[in-house]
Design a protein around this ligand. Structure first.
Ligand SMILES: *[C@@H]1O[C@H](CO)[C@@H](O)[C@H](O)[C@H]1NC(C)=O
Length: 141
């Protein structure tokens, strides 16, 4: 087997470049429910990071958090939402998931609406940029 010095050099260069590309991701959870009735409640967390309970008080209220990607570990943030008798929970970010693989702006803009959860790649997105990803389910409590 022949591994040239040149290819080793290129490989290590690419590796160091990857490590330095600590991309920053900004996640927004925006309350898009008119009048906010019933009260929207949500809680987001990753494996080692609990972002607490949130009770947005008005339509347009924007909870945001950001983090840097680690090249060596998969980053996952999930949220659980409650709205009256409905709830939903899903990953708002995963490297290989919707936000991580489909969006290349570093902005995961989630809009919570009466009929479900929409994702866009920028803040204040035009309606055509919003893609419906999940619906609500009827909670069993
Ligand atoms: C953002 O999303 C829109 C709609 O999907 C797309 O047309 C646009 O190219 C995206 N922008 C970037 C910078 O990825």
């Amino acid at each position: 087997m022949k591994i040239s010095f040149y290819s080793l050099l290129v490989l290590s260069f690419l590796f160091v470049q990857q490590m330095n590309a600590t991309e920053k991701i900004n996640v927004h959870i925006v309350d898009g429910i008119k009048k906010n009735k019933p009260q929207l409640i949500f809680r987001c967390a990753s494996g080692d990071d609990d972002l607490g309970w949130h009770f947005p008080t008005y339509q347009g209220s924007d909870f945001q958090f950001s983090f840097k990607l680690n090249f060596f570990v998969e980053t996952i943030f999930f949220c659980h939402f409650w709205w009256g008798k409905k709830d939903a929970s899903f990953e708002v970010y995963r490297n290989s998931g919707a936000c991580g693989s489909e969006i290349h702006t570093g902005i995961c803009y989630w809009l919570v609406k009466e009929d479900g959860f929409y994702l866009a790649n920028q803040t204040s997105p035009p309606p055509s940029f919003l893609v419906r990803k999940f619906g609500w389910v009827n909670a069993i409590y």
